[in-house]
Design a binder for this molecule. Structure first.
Ligand SMILES: C[S@@+](CC[C@H](N)C(=O)[O-])C[C@H]1O[C@@H](n2cnc3c(N)ncnc32)[C@H](O)[C@@H]1O
Length: 265
């Protein structure tokens, strides 16, 4: 299981389900990290596990040459259709545990807990080693991870429902888009650190009926010690860990850690 199989049916509606994520603010943070940790603005940036390309597109619009790598053909297809006016972006379907590029890049981003989809510690080490391989000397890696607090207390064994319904404006429908509902049930196994998500997606069809698709995803909870030792293994020097885009220090209730690391060569 590579972590991208659980993205087949969901790819079409992924952006609507994640509409609350502020990628413009995230890209501002990425650029502040570039200013802080790189001597020069990077010319070429890799967005690893780029999914539907939200960060790839943000950075391309700010003038960076972009490569987007993801393992899921369906997610890449969405990214590709969103990037029709940005033909210079290179999208590659590859596994982040063993990807290959044509040359090195000045920075790598890997957003929205994509690294939690690597279920073995060795796979995290392999992925970091690949990143190191394709980063310029002193090149920057920016990534985030869901924290143990989030796995234990937010995901846990809880069930959630997300819904996105038709948008109305003054009694007139402004967009022809069908309602979608996504329900998911979590099962967190504290002994293995694995958290399974069973998602059921209901998409409204033109006749008012609903089409159902089911996906199964698994994330792995990594401790701070595991993450820092995997970085060290790959000769990536940890520069900082924060809990938000304002560089706040994490605390015991932080749900997402934002990391910056530098490739030592
Ligand atoms: C939560 S999504 C995040 C996507 C994107 N970074 C974003 O911010 O929206 C996780 C992504 O990781 C990708 N992924 C999971 N395992 C992977 C692997 N082994 N190799 C490449 N991509 C993988 C999935 O296909 C999916 O697009």
């Amino acid at each position: 299981m590579s972590g991208c199989e659980g993205y087949s049916a969901i790819a079409r509606v992924y952006d609507r389900l994640n509409a609350e994520i502020d990628y413009a603010a995230w890209a501002d943070f990425v650029e502040r990290c570039f200013d802080r940790f790189l001597p020069n603005r990077p010319a070429l940036v890799l967005d690893l596990a780029c999914g539907t390309g939200s960060m790839t597109l943000q950075l391309a619009a700010r003038g960076y040459d972009m490569i987007g790598v993801d393992g899921s053909a369906e997610m890449l297809s969405e990214a590709y259709s969103r990037a029709l006016d940005q033909p210079s972006i290179l999208f590659l379907q590859q596994d982040m545990r063993a990807f290959e590029l044509y040359g090195t890049v000045g920075a790598v981003t890997c957003c929205l807990d994509s690294l939690n989809y690597l279920l073995q510690y060795d796979e995290l080490c392999q992925c970091f080693a690949c990143i190191h391989n394709y980063l310029d000397p002193d090149g920057l890696l920016l990534f985030d991870m869901n924290t143990p607090y989030k796995f234990r207390h937010i995901y846990g064994d809880n069930a959630y429902v997300l819904e996105d319904e038709l948008v109305w404006d003054e009694g007139k429908e402004t967009e022809e888009r069908a309602a979608i509902y996504c329900g998911w049930q979590n099962a967190y196994h504290a002994d293995t650190g694995l958290c399974e998500f069973d998602l059921s997606l209901f998409e409204e069809l033109s006749d008012g009926s609903y089409r159902r698709a089911d996906e199964h995803q698994t994330e792995r909870c990594y401790s701070m010690e595991e993450i820092t030792s995997a970085l060290k293994f790959a000769r990536l020097e940890l520069l900082g860990v924060w809990s938000d885009f304002s560089f706040s220090a994490p605390d015991e209730r932080t749900e997402r850690w934002y990391f910056a690391a530098r490739a030592k060569k």
